[in-house]
Design a protein around this ligand. Structure first.
Ligand code: NAD
Length: 368
């Protein structure tokens, strides 16, 4: 493998090996231009080291854009632990991981992602302060799905404004895929606002709970199967489950005017963004819409303040509307416009940061 060719876009890649605990992890720092790198830590039984490296490089670059979009003073990073989260976890393994994070001396902050939980990072927290997203009892900001759900609602409002000239959520229909931590909160809010919903989930308990809520409110709700959700005659599709759901199989079934949801990597391939554009379906780039949770963990550098987090999350509305306006009557897709928006922000901030570079770096280095 030509390692330096592979990592040429990245600032630093750290391979972490601890014989005693069996820890094998990779930390990738894509960019610290906007601040220390921030990104969750995945634990997955990767088939090969190459696969783990590919994943951490791709995800850490994505975090650079996501941090720029969310306007937080962090750059992009990510970590992966190679192992089975059901079999290979131990408190010692996460303490060892915490020591590696600490060795980066404030260049990388991390927390939970696929295969890891806030409790795992309570162990890492014993070795380093560069941990975010643990429960409030341990000094973290707690459940990040609350600001994420708010961000999705702001994203829907911006979309309604752009298409129908109103922020109102009522008098529209929405199809929601996934009623988990984020999707359920979004669905509940839309019902309370008087919207009509089509919903699907593989978890019957979540469906039953939402249907009972709709009955209580006298609101319209239709439960559909996992396959039917794509062809529902709704105004807006809200994917809040898994990635890759906009693909060759589903794209022709869509009848909606827009897609706005929290799920990561909704487009299976970049070209699916182009096809949506050609079909006249407005696509809200997922990493712009789902930034609320990131805004909350980034805010942990200060004394936690939920009002401030919500205030910052509200900016998703204006960012998205600006992106939409750039794509109107043009060949540029919303994803291309979003990437350009982030690159411009990184470029502007980098020049400003370099102007101050002779000064001491601010408070993140001294977080206690
Ligand atoms: P979650 O695990 O709580 O909820 C996902 C829901 O989707 C579950 O209820 C699950 O039963 C359902 N589901 C799974 N497969 C399905 C299928 N085939 N059809 C229908 N439903 C299905 O996750 P979450 O925290 O609500 O996150 C939802 C999405 O948003 C994920 O893609 C996540 O990566 C992304 N996201 C979440 C946050 C956050 O703060 N939680 C932040 C950014 C992005």
């Amino acid at each position: 493998m030509n390692v330096f060719e592979k990592i040429r876009e990245h600032e630093q890649v750290v391979f972490c090996n601890d014989e005693t605990t069996g820890l094998r992890a990779i930390i990738a720092i894509h960019s610290t231009k906007l601040g220390p790198a921030l990104g969750g830590c995945r634990m997955l039984p990767y088939k090969s080291e190459e696969e783990a490296l590919e994943d951490v490089l791709r995800l850490s670059k994505g975090m650079t854009y996501k941090c720029a979009a969310a306007d937080v003073d962090f750059g992009g990073g990510k970590a992966v632990i190679i192992g089975d989260p059901l079999k290979d976890k131990s408190p010692e393994l996460f303490r060892a991981f915490g020591q590696f994070v600490e060795s980066l001396n404030g260049r990388f902050y991390t927390g939970t992602d696929m295969g890891t939980t806030p409790d795992d990072f309570v162990h890492a927290l014993k070795e380093t302060n560069c941990i975010v997203g643990v429960d409030e009892a341990y000094g973290g900001s707690g459940d990040s799905s609350i600001p994420t759900a708010h961000g999705v609602i702001y994203g829907i409002q911006a979309t309604n404004q752009f298409i129908w000239g109103t922020d109102e959520l009522a008098n529209k229909s929405y199809s929601i895929q996934g009623l988990g931590k984020v999707g359920y909160k979004v669905a509940e809010h839309l019902l309370e606002e008087g919207a009509d919903l089509y919903v699907t989930d593989i978890n019957q308990a979540a469906i039953d709970q939402l249907v009972a809520k709709a009955k209580e409110l006298g609101a319209g709700i239709k439960v559909v199967s996992s396959e039917e959700i794509y062809s529902c005659p709704a105004d807006v599709f809200i994917p809040c489950a898994m990635g890759g759901i906009i693909n060759d199989d589903t794209i022709d079934q869509l009848q909606v005017k827009a897609i706005v949801g929290s799920a990561n990597n909704q487009l299976l391939e970049v070209r699916h963004g182009k096809i949506l554009h050609q079909k006249g379906i407005l696509y809200a780039p997922d990493y712009i819409v789902n930034g609320g949770g990131l805004i909350q963990v980034a805010d942990e550098l200060y004394t936690p303040n939920k009002d401030r987090v919500l205030q910052k999350t509200r900016a998703i509305y204006t960012s998205l509307l600006d992106i939409y306006k750039q794509t109107a009557d043009s060949e540029i897709t919303t994803v291309e416009a979003a990437n350009a928006f982030c690159e411009k922000r990184i470029d502007t901030r980098t020049r400003r940061n370099s102007f101050f570079s002779h000064m001491k770096r601010p408070k993140w280095a001294v977080r206690t």
